[in-house]
Design a protein around this ligand. Sequence first.
Ligand SMILES: *Cc1c(COP(=O)(O)O)cnc(C)c1O
Length: 503
Amino acid sequence: MKAPVNPGLYRKLPSVDELLRVPELAPSIAQAGQEAVAEAIRAVLLRLRDEISAGQLDESGVELALSGITAAVERQLRQALSYSLRSVINATGVILHTNIGRAPVAAAALDHIREIGGAYSNLEFDTADGERGQRDIHVDRLFRKLLSDRVGPGIRRIPTQTIPAQSGTTQTRVSTIVVNNNAAAVLLALNTLGEGGEVIVSRGELIEIGESFRIPDILAKSNALLREVGTTNRTRVSDYERAITENTRVLLRVHRSNFQITGFTEQPRLEELAALARKHHLPLVEDLGSGSLFDLASVGVSGEPSVLDSLRAGVDVVTYSGDKLLGGPQAGMLSGRNDLIGRMRANALFRALRVDKLTYAALEATLLVYVKQDHDSIPAVRMMRLTKEDIGRRAEALARKIRASPFGRSAGVPPATVSSRRLSVEIVDGESVIGGGAAPSAVLPTRLLALSCDGLSADELAKNLRLSDPPVIARVEEGRVLIDLRTVFPQQDEIVAQICARL
Ligand SMILES: *Cc1c(COP(=O)(O)O)cnc(C)c1O
């Protein structure tokens, strides 16, 4: 049982007005204003009252707290006036980590955001004729270069009677529009093409991505009826074909982004589904998820189709994220047949889901980097291309720095096993993960710094890293803290070394 609280303790607390008159707080009042300081004082006093009523402070505890109360008010004030959103160092080796912001954007994207965001722009204005323009043309021209110019004859012609194209002609050009994220892109595609009808999906693809994206829910919100076919592990083209009726509006394929089905499995190839869609004059929509614009095979990851692969296989509309493998800002792209994309642009939902000039600026700059084939300027792509040797060299340099720090004591210890006062550092082989719903099983070989500390569990050590400034986010495995420099920017190596040395 808790001892009853002594009511005299509350009376020891000063009032807000008394504290506002304390000379030590005068500079804070001059700088931040009386109201802000009063608010900080109220927050500190409230915390003390809570601690007293929780029985955490006795008489001497209250005395101690009061002796440091102006410092506590100043801390509270600083916190209230500083950003809550701040950068962290990603030492997890997960390149596209949703909880810490997915893809960092390219420097060119930041420059373009600054230029466009801080001024007026031709976002929806045609400077040649002074008329209203369309905001998507700025990126559509680049997507065309990156997608359709090289698609060539691979993209199939759609019979005109399929879905009445607005222009009434057969279109094979690829257009792209942009919405808030890929979830919004799927919603827009299914609502535009599937509303009031049925959308056929394999049971093996009724996925959930992260917290709140579930294909059945998105379909319901699209006002389309889900028609499940096949089984969890096996679905054949004939399953789709049998389910097609006059109510069918769309064949939907969903990329299994964050899991794998192995063993006794079967899934039709995209080309087969495209042929079926063509035969029945239905559009084939693919939720590709990650949507890379470069060939992942070049970094040793196989089986992850690019946007271009999907279009070449005959998908009519492919949806994908801007901040996954593309390495740009949060956005959702719909790329595909001109006539279908035109219908999506005309849907009122498109207006509700549209993105702002900052996103267009970041996206345009990112796409231009791809057009120039300057892939290493896109942080996520550069990280994927780092070799195990590159990372190993940096890890060893970092281990040497920790050893040379004032806490280090070991001379002549080989760089791979370094111990400072309590911290031991080892360099081991390991694997980085692409993450963000791309190639669930794909890993990239890396070299890791493995940290352990006498008297501290790995979880405690990882917590200390998270509480450092800037926070360092690491992985914990088998009782050790693992630091993967693949996702650490090289200019952050020094900071990580200092933080580790101080642990
Ligand atoms: C990531 C992902 C989504 C959600 O994309 P957001 O851009 O996060 O909205 C949807 N479908 C698939 C297959 C995904 O991988």
